[in-house]
Design a protein around this ligand. Structure first.
Ligand SMILES: *Cc1c(COP(=O)(O)O)cnc(C)c1O
Length: 408
């Protein structure tokens, strides 16, 4: 169907609803789901040109699919990058980043506070292929600078981090990378482009786990890298079409539709998270609250500046807190008691869902670390993480009070 192109300069909230490839000849208003593995060619000559990449046109879903293209186009529009490339999961996006950018002998500098599987991917899997990684403090830029080597090709950060919500200065890291001829990648999973657009601060690659807020209802796995068109075409597409860590069209469609409500969800979930963080800070059973939207957060000002893409400066939806206790055994018992008392929150480690999730990082997401590694990371036995969803705020307070009031 011939349709008028979208006007220039539309707001992110409008693009979240409208950015997509052309409608089909049927003029569907909701984007179509092309659940097909291959595409019929008009004739052998056209097929030959398309397989040789001399002509646009879909051939096989490992190489490209219209629903996946719409999801990529919409996400790139939200992040403000030229292009995006979708992957089967967030971890597959980071794998693709490394495969596209790095060679044996290259060096990476990475925050020590990134997602646990990301640490294992760099420290374990990539090291098998001759790529070395130095892990540094999330917040101390001088540590990043000191770790740079002549062969450093990539700086990798995530902000805010899981579960302590530490913030890194994206602009400072981008400057450091670019002055050394390296690139900066930022995992933007926690804020999503509704709250933070790392490209504005100089990030070259923005990583997404679409599994989280982009889907928004905890249904599918998905991932993506947002970057320049040239990087997608030259570095990443040749790998996905060969190695095959592509996103299923069905999952792409779920995420595509999820992004339509991203802005209002991030707003509503951030507001609930702030209200809950303020309430927790006053609770006698709570030792400390970690939330970038609170003035007590060590990088509150930086977080509000970086997380201002919404125009509102929101703290995002993950809140962590320490319950009180005198020693690790008591702390763990108190944290477990607080978690086990809930009736509304789900005891699970996923985040980005409309349902609030509650978890104990020291025994789950960070359970494979030693006690020493955990205390270096600031993750004590009394720490509880909440990924706040869309429930009525008073119901969430009542739910958490079930356990906390007994500890007070
Ligand atoms: C979940 C997550 C990932 C990995 O994404 P998957 O889709 O689970 O593979 C990467 N980074 C962050 C910050 C995450 O929370």
């Amino acid at each position: 169907m011939t349709q008028k192109p979208l006007p220039e300069g539309l707001h992110r909230d409008t693009l979240a609803v409208h950015a997509a490839i052309e409608k089909s000849q049927y003029g569907e208003n909701s984007e179509a789901l092309y659940l097909t593995s291959s595409f019929v060619q008009p004739n052998a000559e056209t097929a030959a040109r398309r397989f040789a990449m001399e002509e646009d046109g879909f051939t096989y879903t490992r190489v490209g699919n219209p629903t996946v293209s719409s999801m990529e186009l919409r996400l790139a529009a939200l992040e403000g990058t030229e292009a995006a490339i979708a992957t089967s999961s967030g971890m597959a996006a980071i794998l693709l980043l490394g495969m596209g950018l790095l060679r044996a002998g290259d060096h990476v500098v990475c925050s020590q506070s990134v997602f646990g599987s990301t640490i294992r991917l760099f420290a374990g899997e990539f090291s098998k292929f001759g790529i070395s990684t130095t892990f540094v403090s999330q917040t101390d830029v001088s540590e990043w600078a000191a770790a740079m080597r002549p062969n450093t090709k990539l700086l990798f950060a995530e902000t805010p981090t899981n579960p302590l919500t530490d913030i890194c200065d994206i602009q400072a890291l981008a400057d450091l990378a670019h002055n050394a001829g390296a690139h900066l990648a930022v995992d933007n999973c926690f804020c999503s482009p509704a709250l933070q657009q790392p490209k504005r601060f100089g990030a070259d690659f923005i990583i997404h786990s679409g599994t989280k807020y982009l889907d928004g209802q905890g249904r599918v796995m998905a991932g993506a890298i947002c970057c320049s068109r040239k990087h997608v075409d030259d570095l990443f597409l040749p790998i996905t079409r060969t190695a095959g860590m592509v996103l299923s069209p069905f999952n792409a469609w779920v995420v595509l539709k999820g992004m339509e409500t991203l802005g209002i969800r991030m707003q509503a979930q951030s507001e609930r998270a702030l209200a809950l963080a303020q309430w927790l800070e006053q609770h006698p059973a709570v030792q400390r609250v970690y939330y970038p939207g609170l003035p007590s957060h060590p990088q509150h000002a930086l977080a509000m500046r970086q997380q201002a893409a919404s125009g509102r400066g929101l703290g995002a939806a993950v809140v962590s807190f320490d319950v009180r206790g005198v020693d690790p055994v008591t702390l763990r018992r108190n944290a477990f008691a607080a978690i086990d008392a809930v009736r509304v929150c789900s005891i699970t480690t996923n985040l980005g869902d409309a349902k609030t999730t509650i978890s104990h990082p020291a025994s789950t997401s960070h359970g494979r670390l030693t006690e020493d590694q955990r205390s270096a990371a600031g993750i004590g036995q009394g720490l509880i993480r909440l990924a706040v969803g869309l429930e009525y705020i008073e119901d969430l307070k009542t739910d958490l009070a079930l356990g906390l009031d007994h500890l007070a």
